[in-house]
Design a protein around this ligand. Structure first.
Ligand SMILES: Cc1ncc(COP(=O)(O)O)c(C=O)c1O
Ligand SMILES: Nc1c(O)cccc1C(=O)C[C@H](N)C(=O)O
Length: 420
């Protein structure tokens, strides 16, 4: 394996070192704010963040409101929840209030945003997009393009500036993820946004693997539109509502395709014709999933208190420690680190390639170490908010044991589950 960062500073990663690092870790108390089952090493928060301890109470309170207040609760806590929660997410992605709206799924937000972005450049016919983006982003971009008669040019992120340049007079939208969902490689939001703008295109970002993992600055970076999910680094829970960001400068001429009644200027006029609400309120669609929205609102609190900068700094240290442990413990066992070693180019998870990734992960999960698999990559999320250095050491030690003893070759780890 290539040399790791910890080796360079002559530290030998060990369980003792993990314990020492956990003892001095200022974020360590936040782990107690998540309901983590005993015996579980939670390294799959890049898929689904763990349950924040405050969420069951918040859901119980939402259910109480439903039971006791019935429709009256809409006028109390519920109607403005999408904008209220949206603004809280906005703070985490560097958006001033009034530009981020929570609601609906990431896939729905993606479709809405791709079409609306293309409609901001009606004379242009090309969408340039990352070929490595998450499949739902690619499928929905292709479908939106078919509807609008656009061409989608998909290229790896490294080739994106050239592709934009080749299509410079025709490119309407540049659509990229904040980080690669497989390798965890972090992309350069300001630089790519500049490339898009220099060609006269709109920059649309999927922040699902960025928000809550790294500080983002959508306003300062000139991002036009963005979407993201909230069940990974924001721990909103399975199916928690996604969000859309619309830069203030675009809001009043934003022509969204999903013109649901919650985005109407006066929803309770029950008018026959859609009239978009002023500002970001037009990005509402239909009735939001209120119980999930209120769960998400409670879930955001620990991250807000810890501060995204502090969480990011610890995530980087955990990542370095992971790589140091991997270099020491996994040498010669068929693993390859595919995430960049430079922490400035890493998001919230690390990926190791192994030819038997699925079986290795099945064996790891059997030991309570939760990561996931995409193709031949094992992914491990090191979210600084609740993952400990001890977790990282235990995970890499388990990886070593599983691989070195051929435990993963057992027939019981051959069965493919629906969700990997
Ligand atoms: C970048 C990205 N976009 C979208 C999604 C998912 O979209 P949805 O929440 O609609 O399933 C994921 C993960 O599932 C993702 O990683
Ligand atoms: N959204 C998911 C789901 O509905 C089921 C299982 C996993 C997921 C995920 O979040 C996958 C994730 N976006 C990924 O990066 O692969």
């Amino acid at each position: 394996m290539p040399k790791g960062t910890l080796r360079e500073v002559k530290m030998e990663p060990s369980r003792e070192m993990a314990d020492r690092l956990d003892t001095v870790d200022e974020l360590a108390p936040f782990r107690k704010e998540f309901n983590l089952p005993a015996g579980v090493v939670p390294l799959n928060g890049n898929s689904l963040g763990p349950l924040p301890a405050a969420v069951p109470g918040a859901v119980a309170e939402a259910v109480r409101q439903w039971g006791e207040r019935l429709t009256r609760a809409w006028n109390e806590d519920w109607w403005h929840a999408p904008a209220r929660v949206g603004d809280r997410i906005g703070r985490l992605i560097g958006a001033a209030p009034g530009q981020t709206m929570a609601g609906d799924s990431t896939s729905v937000q993606i479709f809405n945003a791709v079409v609306a972005a293309a409609r901001l450049r009606p004379d242009r016919r090309v969408v340039v997009a990352d070929a490595g983006n998450f499949p739902t982003d690619r499928y929905l971009t292709a479908s939106a393009a078919r509807l609008l008669g656009l061409e989608v040019v998909e290229v790896p992120m490294g080739d994106l500036p050239d592709a934009v340049d080749r299509h410079r007079d025709e490119v309407a939208v540049v659509f990229c993820p904040a980080a690669d969902y497989r390798t965890g490689e972090l992309w350069d939001v300001p630089a790519v946004t500049r490339v898009a703008h220099e060609a006269g295109a709109v920059a649309l970002w999927d922040l699902s693997h960025g928000a809550g993992a790294v500080p983002l600055w959508v306003d300062d970076d000139g991002v036009d539109l963005a979407v993201g999910c909230t069940y990974k680094y924001l721990s909103g829970g399975p199916g928690s509502p996604a969000y859309g960001y619309v830069a203030a400068r675009h809001q009043d001429r934003l022509d969204l395709p999903l013109t649901g009644w919650h985005g109407h200027a006066r929803p309770f006029d029950m008018a026959g014709v859609f009239e978009p609400a002023p500002g970001v309120a037009r990005a509402r669609i239909g009735t939001p999933p209120v119980l999930s929205l209120l769960a998400l609102e409670a879930a955001l609190e620990p991250l807000e208190r810890a501060g995204i900068e502090a969480v990011r700094a610890k995530t980087v240290r955990l990542g370095d420690f992971f790589l140091g442990c991997a270099d020491r413990l996994l040498d010669g066992l068929g693993f390859e680190v595919v995430t960049p070693r430079d922490p400035r180019r890493r998001g919230g998870h690390l990926a190791l390639r192994h030819p038997e990734a699925a079986a290795v992960m099945a064996a790891l999960k059997d030991r309570g170490v939760l990561g996931d698999v995409r193709g031949d990559l094992l992914r491990f999320c090191v979210n600084g908010l609740y993952v400990s250095f001890g977790d990282v050491h235990d995970a890499v030690t388990a990886l070593r044991e599983v691989a070195a003893t051929d435990e993963y070759r057992s027939p019981r780890f051959r069965r493919r589950e629906v969700v990997t």
